[in-house]
Structure formats: structure tokens, C-alpha cells
Design a protein around this ligand. Sequence first.
Ligand code: GMT
Length: 378
Amino acid sequence: MKLGITCYPTYGGSGVVATELGLELAQRGHQIHFISYSQPIRLTAPQPNIHYHEVEVSRYPLFDYPPYDLALATRMAEVAELYDLDLLHVHYAIPHSVSAMLAKQMLAAKPRGRRLPFVTTLHGTDITLVGLDRSYLPITRFSIEQSDGVTAISSYLRDRTLREFDIANLIEVIYNFVNCDTYCRDQGSQERRLEYARPDEKILVHLSNFRPVKRLTDVIEIFERVHKQLRSKLLLIGDGPDRSQAEWLAVQKGIHDDVVFLGKQDRVNEKLAIADVMLLPSQLESFGLAALEAMACEVVPIATNVGGVPEVVEHGKNGFLANVGDVDTMARYAIELLNNESQLRQMARAARCAAQARFCTTKIIPQYERFYRRVLAS
Ligand code: GMT
């Protein structure tokens, strides 16, 4: 198949999923055309069957708000025509789904009208935050309804979309995935671990875009409680608006020397694979890709019992779940687990097994391929 993929290219779960999906599909022989305003972050080196088309947005003095959505629609239509695309797959409804809808209409209106179906994948904040804003709701609902296929990354998100947007579409749940060959502990993990912690120290990790929904200060609160009880380091991967608040809190609590802000990282798998526990105390997660990537690396997630997270993490078996803001309970889970080496190893293995059995690329990518074929045949 020849597929156009559009996503937010910067840090964020939806862009990661879209890029990894494109890379996996390309390896399976599909021609993948990324269409976005900059090169997706995980698209690091040239790859066979992968093409990238940048969207240029003109900045005239008249445009206080340069119309990216229109430039994107134009580029989508151009690329579809030039490269004879079968289908567009957009990740995150706003504004990508609206642009795809326009591109489809532009091609249909040509003298020898050309069909360009599009699939929208809902990721989370496009529905739970942005889409429910009154100024975006009608257009988001419309573009979802106009999509030739809609997928959601968890049952939670599908149900919430159907309920709150009151739409008639069928929404297929296709879970996020992880490449279990890349995301794993390897021989180098033990050596890399020593770059950050002494052999007698435990490593806790957090990975996100440091937005308020991630509750980064809860990560610091939890770590402070753990740090009081056992020798440990906290690795923070990512960056974003709440970073300085978290840095300030770590200084206030006197733990700053043991909190390592790694910033944005290219090879996240290598950093995750040196940790023991992942902290994900989010206000909401429609899926929790960071938890899944950690699980594949035998890192036990301690997360909040919100949104789609319970579809990924099984409490007491391959991770722990607690209420939002309950930093005492999350710290207790971490302390008990990190003090019990055999339980830690057992849960770490169970976490990897769950990632392999339910969310591995070999399971999920064929679901997308089947979905595309169904859309093309309809
Ligand atoms: O919250 C983020 O990290 C970014 C956001 C996005 O759409 O870019 O993430 C959402 O999509 C991820 C990938 O599908 C999910 O794993 C996250 O749970 C989801 N975030 C929220 O629902 C808050």
C-alpha cells in the first residue's frame, strides 16, 4: 500500500506512535509518506520505503495565525496525487482530520475525480481536552464523522468519544504497540546503569512531555518518600512546561543531586532499560505508552488508575495502580517492591510478558493493515 501519515512531529505520544507505525509498515514493504511541518522526531536516519514531505506555512503580516491546516491540506492533496497514495492516516484529530477531509474533497473535485479515503486515529487529548472545548467540538465531531475509518488507542477512549461526541461512527480499538526487540534489557543495560547510579542504588524513571496532565511534581513527591527509605536515583526523560517547577521542588526537598533531568532523548529504549520502576502519576492517560515501553524493558510501572491505563497495567501482577494524587500509596508500592528483589524480578518479567503477548508490533501492525484494507474495500 502507499500511505500518507500525518502527525505532530514533536515530542508526544501520538507522534511517536505514528512514526513507529510508519517505520514498521515500511519494513513490511509499504510505501510510507510522512506529511508534516517538520521531520518526526523518531525518524532519525534515512530508511527504505520512507519519504518525508514538509509542509511550508507562509507567514504574511496579515496572518496573526498562519493557516497551517490549509497548507497541510494542500500538501496532502499534492502528495496523494504525485505519489498515487491509496489512503491518508492522520494521528490526532485536530487539525489533521480536518485537513485530510479537505484534501479528500480537493481530489474528488478534480475533472477525473480521484478517491482518497482517510483514517483518523484518536489519541487522547484531542478528545479529552481539546475536542471538548466548545470552539473545537463541532469541527472535531464533523471530521471524525467524515473519516472513512476511525481507530482509538484504548476502549476507554473509544467509549468516551462515542459518549461525549455523540457520533454514529464505528470506532475500532487498535492498541498502541511496542517493538519488543528494540525495547528490552540487553547486555549493555547493566553497564549503562552505572553511568547514573551506584550498584547499591535503585533507579526510578519518568518519561513524558512534562505537561500539567502528567503531574510531574507528584513524581518528585513520590521519589522524595522513596529516597528517604532507600538509596535511589530518579531519571526524568523529556522536557516541557512543568520542568522548572519540578526542579525547584527537588531543590526544596534536598534531593536535587539524585534527580537527573536527561532532557529529550533519541534512544529512549536505552534509558528505560536501566531502570527498576517507572512512575506515571498522570491526571489522565488514554493509554500510557510510556508505561508500555517501560514494561517491555522489564521496568515495573507504578501509575494512576485512570483512562486506558488499567487496559495496559494489571494491578499487582505486572505493575501497580493508585488514585490520582495519592503519592503516599504510590511511594509505598515502590518502596515495598524495591526492597524485595525476588518480587521485583518476578513483576518485571510479568511486565515484559504482558507487553510481548498483547502489545508487540507483530500483534498490532497486522491489525492496522487489515483495517486499511477494509477501508479501501468499502
Ligand atoms: O500525553 C502525551 O504524552 C501526548 C499525547 C498525544 O496525543 O500526543 O498522548 C496521548 O497519546 C498517547 C499515544 O497514543 C497515549 O499513550 C497517551 O496516554 C495520551 N495522553 C493522554 O491521554 C493524556
